[in-house]
Each structure stands twice: as structure tokens, then as C-alpha cells.
Design a protein around this ligand. Sequence first.
Ligand code: UT7
Length: 329
Amino acid sequence: MSSVHAKISGVGKYLPEYVLTNKELETMVDTNDEWIKSRTGISERRILKGDNLGTSYMAERAANAALEDAGVDADEIDVIIVATVTPDYLFPATACLVQKRIGASNAYAFDLSAACSGFLFALSTGGNFIESGRAKKVLVIGADKMSSIIDYTDRTTCILFGDAGAAVVLEETQEETGIIDYIHHTEGDEDCMLYQPAGGSVRPATKETVEKDLHYIRQDGRAVFRKATEGMSDVSLEIMKKNDLAPQDVAWLVPHQANLRIIDATARRMGIDRNKVMINIDKYGNTTSATIPLCLVDWKDQLNEGDNLVLSAFGGGLTWGSIYLKWAM
Ligand code: UT7
């Protein structure tokens, strides 16, 4: 193992102002506040309104907040990775637009697509650049404008998702701290349990794909629920075992926020108390690649040097994974 580690030195977030409540959803589809809360844990979510505003708008603002928090200038950044499944355009990458707007003139930039596991895959990738000595400072952003691919007449998906961006700055450290280990998995979703049917090279956008609503998320909720519950708890236990972490050694579980029942099941299997689990799904819903860095921002003031954090996610792909991080800000 390398003696150089990658630690998080700054965090930042951007949340759109518009709050879409369960009550408002009741006026849009056949649903109700009680069903949504009891089946998902969600009360409200944020929606990015405004013409010509995409994922880069949120990513840019989250990035600037993280840079300020870290006390790092944009031109010190070597690499920018944006995890997203809702890029502004298929190309150029959203990360390239962010690079220009924040003035990170010395950075190269690219997007990473791993759906709800996107931030974890991007964080470990950024960490690898630092551990290898190829980069000193990396900006890792999770941002998704999920409202751009949601069908607001489909009650099975429109209640779940929200828009947000959140970011971290990674810097090198010689201490045994920061990203200590990670385990990631993939199982190609040829059954199309969770996907966006059109807009890619198999079914490019046509009048017909638009008329058939094929540019919206499709999800087999029950099947994904089963896979997510199993995948997230298995990989979290796997990383604890590999690093000799007992439940009492874990200061915080930082889970992807897709469904409160998945989070609770994961924590139970890990033996972690509810009060050591970061949960903000009630306020933001599932913001895909932004959920985990949003938690880090919201809990920053409660984190202490040396705290052991287990970050875990499951998402489309199918992708899932876990990162063991020792807090060092
Ligand atoms: O982050 C990416 C990974 N994604 C996930 O992890 C999501 C995983 N899946 C889930 O979180 C859950 O499966 C959902 C929240 C999507 C659905 O919850 P569920 O407990 O699995 O409900 P269900 O699909 O089994 O549906 C139960 C009933 C159905 O009615 P019938 O057939 O029993 O009469 C649905 O039609 O609930 C109905 N239903 C609703 N009722 C009110 C589905 N959506 C709604 C709704 N409001 N919004």
C-alpha cells in the first residue's frame, strides 16, 4: 500500500431553492404523504427551476463552496471528476464546463457515470490519482438534475428523486488517514431493472422516442429494492471485515439515500445504531450522485479527526460499493 493517502480537505454543496413537497405531489399524481413517508422516508425534495440551467450550474456552485472550505485556489486543482447521469450534454463532459467556469486552468476534467454509486467510484478514482503521485489536488463532484429525466405522471418514480450538487477537495497526506480502502462491484443490468431507455446510441432521440416517453427513468422498484438492500449491506460488512472494524469502531455510516428502509436494513446488518447513521433523505430525496457528499457537508460540524466513516452506495448499472475513510479535516 502507498504511504501517500488522499484526504478530504474541503466540502461544499448547492441545493436549488424550489422545494417540491409530498403535498404538492399529491396534486400531480395519485399518491399521498403518508405512503411516501412510510415507504421511502422522503418528505420533500429540491428541484432546479429556470431556463437553461443544468447539472453544471449546481456542480459549479458546489465546487466553489468546497474550494473555499478547503482554502484552495481553483488553479491549484490537477483533476476534476464529475459523477453524474444527467450531464448538461452527452458531450462535452459537464466536468469540462465546470473546469472553465471555476477557472481551474491547470486541471483536466472528465465525467464518470456510475449512477447512485457515482460519487464513491469518483472519490476512489480521485484518491488513486493522489496515491499514485500523479495529482496533488483533485476536485470530486456529485451532481444530478434528476428532474430532467423524471416523468412527473409516473408515481412510482417521481416521488423519489431530487436535484442537488455536492463536492469535496482531495489533497495528499503522509498520515494514515483519508481514504484507507474501498471495495466496488458491478453486475451489468441487461434486464434493464433501472435505466433510461432512449437518448443513447441504441435508441437516439427521435419524435417517436419522445412521444413514447422513453427519455425518462424506468425502474423495477421491487427488484432494485431487493438488490440494493443486499448489495449495500454485503459490501459494507465486507469492508468492515477486511479492515478489522467492529461496529463500535465505526463513528458514522454514510449511506446513499435511496430509501430509508434500505438504509435501516444496512445499518442493522452492520450492527450500527441509528444515531450513528447520516440520514437526510427526508429533506432531499434521492439526489443520485450527490447524496453522500451532501451528508458530509451536513454532518461536517459533528465529525472529529480520526473518525472512521463507512460510505456505501447502490445504484443503476448495477453498481455498488463502499469506502472506508478516516476523517482528517
Ligand atoms: O438509488 C437507486 C436505486 N434505487 C433504489 O434503491 C429504489 C429501490 N426501490 C424502492 O425504494 C421501492 O421499491 C419503491 C419506493 C420504489 C416502491 O416501494 P415498494 O414498497 O417496493 O412498493 P411497491 O412497488 O411494492 O408497490 C406497492 C403498492 C403498489 O400497489 P398494489 O399493486 O399493491 O396495489 C403500487 O402501485 O404501492 C403502489 N404505489 C404507490 N402508492 C401510492 C407505488 N407508488 C406509489 C405512490 N403512492 N407513489
